[in-house]
Design a protein around this ligand. Structure first.
Ligand SMILES: Cc1cc2nc3c(=O)[nH]c(=O)nc-3n(C[C@H](O)[C@H](O)[C@H](O)COP(=O)(O)OP(=O)(O)OC[C@H]3O[C@@H](n4cnc5c(N)ncnc54)[C@H](O)[C@@H]3O)c2cc1C
Length: 265
C-alpha cells in the first residue's frame, strides 16, 4: 500500500561527480519495498518545486529501519536533495509501483545497467545473492566514463560475473553495454528460454534492450524512468505505449514492464 509519511535523512554520501547516496530512516519502506519499487519525494518544504521527484529504492536495511536512494543531479529537484544533511526531514510517498518478478529456479540471470540504472538493479542483485547460483549471475554495467561507473569492486566482492563498458574506453570494453549484452545473447541464442534479463538505464538504452528482447524473444524486465506528475496513477501523466495499441501508466502499472510488451520511441 502507498503511504505518505515523513522520513529523516540519516546520511548523504557523495559517490562521484554529481552522484549522491541518501540514506533515509523509514522502518515502513525498509520492510515493504521490493526491488523495482520507487519513492516519490517532496524535495523541499515550500510549493516550489511543486512536483515530487521519483527515485528507485536502491537498497534497504530492515534491521536499522532505513533505505537508500541513489541520485544524480540533473536539475533543481535533485540539486536540492543533494544538499540535504543528516536530520533533515523529507515528505515521501511510497513504496510505489510494480517491481521486478524474481526469476524461477535454474534460470541464468542477467542484469544490465546503464549509468544510474544501477539504482534499482543493486537492490535486486542483493535479493538474488544466496538464491541464485553465482555462476548463473551476470552483471553488465555501462557508463559514459570510468568516473561514472559505480560499485565495480562491490559487484566483484558479491561474486557476480561482471562485464563493463565505458563509452570512451576509460575502463572495461569501449562501447555500449547493449552491444556487449547482444554479443552474449548471440552466443546463447539456442538457450534463450533459460535466461531471465533485468535492465534499467537511459531511454535510448532501454529502447535497444526492448528491440533485442523482441528480436530474440527474451524474457526481459525493464524499469522505465519517464517523467511523472502525481506518481499514484491518478493523472495519467506518464503513459507508455504497448504493442497492442493500449497504454499503461509508468507509475502504478510499472515502472517495471516486459521489454517485449512496450513500444519505446
Ligand atoms: C520510477 C522512477 C525511478 C527513478 N529513479 C531514479 C534514481 O534511482 N536515481 C536518479 O537519479 N533518478 C531517478 N529517476 C529520475 C529522477 O526522478 C529525475 O532525474 C528527477 O525527477 C529530476 O528532477 P530535477 O528537478 O533534478 O530535474 P528537472 O529540472 O525536473 O529536469 C532536468 C532534466 O532531467 C529530465 N528529467 C526530469 N525528470 C525526469 C525523469 N523522471 N526521467 C527522466 N528524465 C527526467 C528533464 O527532461 C531535464 O532534461 C527516476 C524516475 C522515475 C520515474
Amino acid at each position: 500500500m502507498i503511504s505518505q509519511f515523513t522520513s529523516s535523512v540519516v546520511s548523504n554520501q557523495k559517490l562521484g561527480e554529481k552522484i549522491f547516496k541518501l540514506t533515509l530512516s523509514s522502518p515502513y519502506i525498509s520492510k515493504r519495498a521490493k526491488p523495482g519499487n520507487f519513492v516519490h519525494i517532496k524535495v523541499g518544504s515550500t510549493y516550489s518545486p511543486l512536483l515530487r521527484r521519483a527515485f528507485s529504492v536502491h537498497n534497504v536495511d530492515k534491521q536499522k529501519g532505513s533505505f537508500e536512494v541513489l541520485l544524480k543531479v540533473v536539475g533543481r529537484g535533485t540539486g536540492i536533495l543533494s544538499e540535504k544533511s543528516p536530520g533533515d526531514i523529507l515528505d515521501l510517498l511510497g513504496p510505489i509501483g510494480k517491481g521486478f518478478s524474481l526469476p524461477q529456479e535454474g534460470k541464468t540471470v542477467m542484469l544490465v545497467a546503464g549509468g544510474m540504472g544501477i539504482a534499482p538493479l543493486w537492490f535486486l542483485l542483493n535479493n538474488l545473492i544466496g538464491k541464485t547460483d553465482k555462476e548463473k549471475l551476470l552483471f553488465f554495467s555501462g557508463a559514459k566514463t570510468e568516473k561514472e561507473l559505480l560499485y565495480c569492486e562491490n559487484l566483484k566482492d558479491l561474486g557476480a560475473n561482471l562485464m563493463v563498458t565505458t563509452d570512451d574506453g576509460s575502463f572495461g570494453t569501449k562501447g555500449l553495454i547493449t552491444d556487449l549484452f547482444l554479443k552474449e545473447i548471440k552466443g546463447r541464442k539456442n538457450d534463450s528460454s533459460k535466461l531471465m534479463v533485468y535492465s534499467c538505464g537511459p531511454p535510448e538504452m532501454l529502447k535497444r534492450m526492448s528491440e533485442i528482447s523482441k528480436g530474440y524473444d527474451l524474457s526481459c524486465q525493464i524499469s522505465l524512468e519517464g517523467n511523472m506528475a502525481c506518481g499514484v496513477g491518478a493523472c495519467w501523466g506518464c503513459p507508455v505505449k504497448l504493442e497492442n495499441g493500449w497504454y499503461k501508466r509508468v507509475c502504478v502499472d510499472g515502472p517495471v514492464f516486459d521489454a517485449r510488451e512496450v513500444v519505446l520511441e
